[in-house]
Design a protein around this ligand. Sequence first.
Ligand code: BDR
Ligand code: CA
Length: 312
Amino acid sequence: SRKIIIDTDPGQDDAVAILLALASPEELEVLGVVAVAGNVGLHHNANNARKVVELAGRRDIHVYAGCARPMRRHLVTAEHVHGETGLDGPDLPDPTIPLQTQHGVDYIVDTLMAAEPGTITLCTLGPLTNIAMALIKQPAIAERIKEIVMMGGAYFEVGNITPAAEFNIYVDPEAADVVLRSGVPITMLPLDVTHQIQSTPQRLAAIKAIGNKSGEAVHAMLTFSETFDLQKYGWSGAPLHDPTVIAYLLQPDLFTGRHCNVTIETASELTVGMTVTDYWHVTGKVKNVNYLRNGNAEGFYKLLTERLARLP
Ligand code: BDR
Ligand code: CA
């Protein structure tokens, strides 16, 4: 099975991604979960990550806290989408597993340096602060990371936090820039894909109908976070973002895209955080990203529902 580290700011959709990964032990071995500041502050995100691994019945998974703010900017959060705790919706018990004492960035560096090169995939579901800081602290990790599979960016679907930028990239554009220039193989799941993976009432009802605690919690989480999105977009379902990263690892043929250059705008106030995507290769720039543009929503929800049924 493929070894992964999940870097995340849970977040209802992050939580669903973590559950999907933990429900798939044959394909994915989750080595650890690292929290980063993003949807809400680091403290809440780390707390939520612990709640979610416990919900999955996986008290053995170690949870770390990474960076509390972006590299250069003030932290922008999204309580208006995710609620005060970042995981409003379900009534989950306070976590009982301890937060690991090692810093999340050190955990990432040490784990990569100790492992066989090319064996660990980083799955990023939030701002890229921890990954950029790890690359800066120990540049030798770049050659050892198998791949970074990230939810982030937008091009054909434009932005969700500003007209030009997607939230994860916008929160820490300098970090995203470091990561995209690192030379590590990168697969991006941008809004272009996640806006196609809409959680309609029927799809959410199917998840609730599984009848287990996890299905119940996912239903409550997404019903909460959807309220905002449904108003915003006026669609019949809300986009579902972060679980596409895990779905890609489980079933890559659900997605299509192409290799191209993606460069992060870090200078302009108007478009900061924009993922400028050279889809037609009009520059000669190196194709640093496997940019996914389309996703199969039916196939995705079938996979998600099937896998959630395997959890407590
Ligand atoms: C991203 O922003 C967060 O609110 C979600 O968890 C997702 O990672 C979507 O833009
Ligand atoms: Ca997220």
